[in-house]
Write a protein that binds this ligand. Sequence first.
Ligand code: 13P
Length: 256
Amino acid sequence: MNKAVRKAVIAGNWKMNKTPAEAKELLNAIAPLVKDAGCDVVACVPYVDLQTALEATAGTNIKIGAENCHWEPSGAFTGEISADMLAAMGVEYVITGHSERRTYFGDTDVTVQKRTRAALDKGLTVIVCVGEYLEQREQGITAELVAMQTKIALQGVSKEELARVIIAYEPVWAIGTGRTATAEQANEVCAVIRGVIKDLYDAEAAEKMVIQYGGSMNAKNAAELLAQPDVDGGLIGGASLKPADFAEIVKAATVG
Ligand code: 13P
């Protein structure tokens, strides 16, 4: 597989952090540090920060994303935000299936598929998260589980639409714990996902598929992770809130 055919994507996932004023400050600090990036740079921010983030990054190479979306265009879904609403704002990216949504807010493989489908229908690029709990890794079912999560999420997604899909492999035990997967562990599962794409679509689709690693990626370990043949970028939590660290990861992706 030729990694050179894929452009790396480094995406920050701010989670439930930053007010609009703080978001503006953070993006203004990040923008000059990543302006020469050789990879795509995305910041996925809380809903209330989206408008400010779009304005703060206008004319820069930073793209803005949301952290979730609902599958219905509108309706009686208190507290939810639709893909239609995001698209209407000019938001370009959205995360679906983050493990924190699955663990704390009842998201399932089926709802992740529905959210992904709706986002693609509205022209968004979707970062679909998959990954195993520690007990599942210890049980030896990581590959099967991640393959299943990927297959369900991509149900009904055409080969052409895959150009707007990024899969993020995020082992749950590595998220926010400081316990990163080794570069080999990350690459092994990213390669499994690429194999699933080959089975579902074809070799060309697999070769073009952008697959990120996420889970305690930071300025120190990014270069090794991003140098792996099947790791095409990162979904960054904590380190995306620190301009110098995030810029260092972007730099590592540019070199890798
Ligand atoms: P951390 O980088 O804080 O471990 O978070 C990873 C993550 O969940 C990104 O979506």
